[in-house]
Each structure stands twice: as structure tokens, then as C-alpha cells.
Design a protein around this ligand. Structure first.
Ligand SMILES: Nc1ncnc2c1ncn2[C@@H]1O[C@H](COP(=O)(O)OP(=O)(O)OP(=O)(O)O)[C@@H](O)[C@H]1O
Ligand SMILES: [Mg+2]
Ligand SMILES: [Zn+2]
Length: 313
């Protein structure tokens, strides 16, 4: 995608380079000007469910009738394309300055990931800071996002180059911070929140994922780890708590199969919890058309589990 300069040696401040940056800045501003809400999904710790939350948040918003973009800036471990089971090849735009079409999922969702940009999917790339910054800038400048109600950005864990670049490149981006209830994750989530403060991005709220376990036999939620830590951290920092998603084996199966269970219409505690989180996110961001029709799903009654007998009732 990048037009490489043929000359050897450093020319970081050359006029050509500066003109290119200025041109790219304009393209970024143009692209972002058509996107109403930008959401960065981040976490302090790896494996807490950022990609799961990002993909399903984007899917749910799209299913609710919004125009949504999903951008995967986890350059080392891009998961979004696999989680959505998307296929497609990058089509070079007809005109030299033309924009690249993102992958699409249904009518309302556009997806961009490095996974989609690479010819050889198993190719390992060593990313240095400036390259990452460049790649992320191109994800915005060179892609045909069009008019969007929401752009959801999935990032790698921590507070490195990727979230920093997103914070610096996308004005008014807001963060959804994902954590699990364990103390180790909570210690790291504080760092994410401090990072947001230092780069001046608003936090939409905190999501506690893998909070309790949904019994596959009766569907009741069992607290296997102490839950509620995410809510405590949110309260401590005076941030909204968006909700907790229980651990549900179907989430793993869906992620592996390229289906999106949490944004499905299943009647299960995890899906219902997620739906409430999506509504909370919508409510906390500037409203977009079309008007949102909220579905209220009755919570399940508490009968005793026939299989384990130890919960429910
Ligand atoms: N609520 C849940 N119940 C059960 N499994 C879950 C849940 N949320 C996420 N998972 C599973 O946990 C694993 C890690 O999730 P995911 O890839 O979304 O995390 P991540 O924070 O994006 O990880 P990384 O830091 O590597 O990018 C996946 O296998 C996913 O299916
Ligand atoms: Mg991920
Ligand atoms: Zn049970």
C-alpha cells in the first residue's frame, strides 16, 4: 500500500515526505469526518476478550440497523477476520489515488484488518513503531469506510504503539475497557484507564468479561472466580460500568467457527448480558439514526440444575 521512496538513506524531513504526511492527514480527516462514533476496545491484559467484545459489539450495532466499521489494529495477532469467517482478496482500486474497499459482512458491517491486506497469511512481520503507526494511518486514510454510525477498533493488549496511534490519529475516539474479574487483570486495567487519562480519551465504560460461568446443563450462572472486580474498578475511577459477560463455552466455539454467538438471538445469560452492554454503549454515545429498538428479553427463572444440583433455585 505504501509508496516507497526509491532513494536510500534518511530523508525523514524531506519535502516529499512532509507533503505525503500532509496529504495523508487530509485523507484521514476526510475519512473520519464521515464517521459519527469511534470506539476503541482495549485492555491491560491479553486474552480477556477484547476481540470477542469488539467483533460482537460491531455485529450487534450492525444488526440494530447502524452502519458500522470494524478495524483490527492488532497487527501481530489479527483475529477479527477469522472470528467473522470473512474471505476476500484485496482489490487494487481502479485509479491510483482510489480508496480500497473493506471486507463486508452483511449489509451494515465493513471490516479492515491486516489479515486482509497480506497476500501470505502466515507471513510473520516484524513491526517497528513507525511502521505500525503508518499501517494504522493507512487503515483510515486509504480505506473506503464511507458514512458510518460507529467505528469499532480492536487493539492488542496494553498501552503500546497501537492504542497510542489510535488515540493520536482519531480525535474524539472513546474507549471501552475490557477486564476479567481476576486481580491480575484488574491491576492491568488500571493502567489502561490511566493511559486513557494521559492521552485524553474518554472511557465509555468498563466491561467485566468471563464473569462467572454459565452451566451448560441448566444455563444458570455460577460464580467460579470472584466477580464484581470490574465494577469496583469502574467505581474507583468514577467510570460507568457497562456490565458483565459470563463465561460461556459457546463463546469459544463461536469464535473458533467464525460465528458471532454473543450478538446472536439466542436466549442465554451471556447473550442477554451482552445485549444490555451494547445498549449501554449506545446510550452513552451521541445518538445516531436510525432510532434504536430495544429488545427486552425476560430473564430465566431459577430452577435447580438437574445435572449438578448445586446452584439455581
Ligand atoms: N465470555 C466468554 N466466555 C467464554 N470464552 C470467552 C469469553 N470471552 C472470550 N472468550 C474466549 O477467550 C479467548 C480469548 O478471547 P479474545 O481473543 O476475544 O481475547 P483478546 O483479549 O482479544 O486476546 P488478545 O489479547 O490475544 O488479543 C477466545 O478463545 C474467546 O473465544
Ligand atoms: Mg484480540
Ligand atoms: Zn447447572
Amino acid at each position: 500500500m505504501t509508496k516507497k521512496c526509491g532513494s536510500a538513506g534518511g530523508h525523514a524531513t524531506s519535502e516529499g515526505q512532509q507533503a505525503h504526511i500532509a496529504q495523508q492527514d487530509n485523507a484521514i480527516t476526510r475519512s473520519l469526518g464521515k464517521i459519527k462514533n469511534k470506539i476503541l476496545v482495549m485492555s491491560g491484559k491479553g486474552g480477556v476478550g477484547k476481540s470477542t467484545v469488539a467483533v460482537n459489539l460491531a455485529m450487534s450495532l450492525a444488526k440494530r440497523g447502524h452502519k458500522v466499521g470494524l478495524m483490527d489494529v492488532d497487527l501481530h495477532g489479527p483475529d477479527v477476520v477469522r472470528m467473522l469467517n470473512l474471505q476476500g482478496v484485496l482489490e487494487t482500486p481502479a485509479e491510483p489515488e482510489g480508496l480500497i474497499s473493506p471486507l463486508t459482512h452483511g449489509e451494515n458491517l465493513k471490516v479492515v484488518s491486516l489479515e486482509y491486506m497480506m497476500k501470505d497469511r502466515d507471513e510473520a512481520i516484524i513491526w517497528r513503531g513507525p511502521l505500525k503507526i503508518q499501517a494504522i494511518r493507512q487503515f483510515i486514510a486509504d480505506m473506503d469506510w464511507g458514512e458510518l454510525d460507529y467505528l469499532v477498533v480492536d487493539s492488542p493488549p496494553g498501552t503500546g504503539d497501537e492504542p497510542l496511534t489510535v488515540a493520536q490519529t482519531i480525535p474524539l475516539v472513546k474507549a471501552v475497557v475490557v477486564t476479567t474479574p481476576q486481580q491480575v487483570a484488574l491491576a492491568d486495567v488500571r493502567k489502561s484507564i490511566s493511559f486513557c487519562k494521559s492521552v485524553k480519551i474518554d472511557v465509555v465504560g468498563v466491561v467485566e468479561n468471563m464473569s462467572g460461568f454459565v452451566c451448560p446443563h441448566c444455563g444458570e450462572t455460577v460464580d467460579i472466580f470472584k466477580s464484581g472486580g470490574g465494577e469496583q474498578v469502574a467505581r474507583q475511577f468514577d467510570l460507568p460500568f457497562l456490565g458483565r459477560i459470563p463465561m460461556d463455552p459457546q463463546v469459544v466455539a463461536a469464535g473458533d467457527d467464525g460465528t458471532t454467538y454473543l450478538s446472536s438471538d439466542e436466549q442465554s445469560p451471556a447473550v442477554q448480558a451482552f445485549s444490555r452492554i451494547v445498549s449501554a454503549v449506545e446510550k452513552r454515545l451521541p445518538p445516531v439514526a436510525p432510532p434504536v429498538v430495544l429488545q427486552t428479553v425476560p430473564t430465566q427463572g431459577g430452577s435447580k440444575c438437574g445435572s449438578c444440583g448445586s446452584h439455581g433455585g
